[in-house]
Design a protein. Structure first.
Length: 246
């Protein structure tokens, strides 16, 4: 399944010396738990005039009850060849990544493949040095997917409450019953109450919901402002349905 905008790229500022940016691809890759597609390749492009050093690692990817990403070391499940590399100026380097975890996967396993630029100054001329050092980190999406997939997202509950600041808010609990992740692109949320219903279609109305990636078999709760046009009853009975672009 084709997904959009799956890159999480972080820029780290270190005050040491000048470093050159690099390109890393693909930004998302799907592995199979065994066979030929258990091994994939990634490409590092150094289009600068200096050598750069890159360190690669894999982290498992989970979600807490609020949808925040939780990571942990997953080095035992992957073989990266090589895991550290010096890339020459104006050149390309191909890295092989092999999944070596359990061969039976019934629920998609989610990871981050990290490509981190590390300080390296060998051969760098004095004239190119600076008091600032911008080091780049790519955190790409990596999935190990089962042979049979199921897509099922629903709204398990909608609750009305007053938050700590005295605002009327809505707690929306989203449940991914399927066995693969789902990105809620162009989300539309319809809420029904005892006195009518309302459909929310704008991203501003659905902060934290529109375009969120809900991992397989995860349940998350997002809080959004109470929508105008729907009667607020704290503790009242509400239900919701969700549509999105796959």
């Amino acid at each position: 399944m084709v997904k959009k905008n799956l890159l999480l790229v972080m820029f780290l500022l270190v005050t040491i010396c000048f470093a050159s940016a690099f390109q890393f691809s693909p930004l998302e890759q799907t592995f199979e738990p065994s066979g030929e597609k258990a091994t994939q390749t990634y490409t590092i492009v150094n289009d600068s005039d200096d050598q750069i050093a890159i360190s690669l690692s894999v982290l498992s990817r989970d979600q807490d009850s609020e949808g925040n990403e939780v990571r942990a070391d997953a080095s035992k499940e992957f073989l990266i060849s090589p895991s550290k590399v010096i890339v020459n100026p104006q050149s390309t380097y191909v890295v092989r990544v092999q999944y070596r975890g359990p061969s039976t996967v019934t629920v998609e396993k989610s990871y981050r493949l990290m490509a981190e630029q590390i300080p390296y100054s060998q051969g760098k001329s004095q004239t190119t040095q600076s008091m600032f050092n911008f080091l780049y980190v790519y955190a790409t999406s990596l999935y190990v997917t089962p042979s049979e997939t199921k897509v099922q997202i629903d709204i398990s509950s909608v609750k009305a409450r007053i938050d700590a600041e005295g605002n009327q808010v809505m707690d929306v609990t989203i449940r991914n019953r399927g066995n693969i992740h789902q990105i809620l692109l162009d989300a539309e949320l319809t809420i029904k109450g005892s006195d009518g219903s309302i459909t929310l279609t704008e991203s501003e109305q659905l902060p934290g919901i529109d375009s969120i990636n809900v991992l397989a078999r995860k349940t998350i709760t997002k809080t959004i402002p109470w929508p105008e046009g729907l009667k607020f009853v704290e503790g009242g009975s509400y239900s919701g349905t969700l549509k999105y672009s796959e």
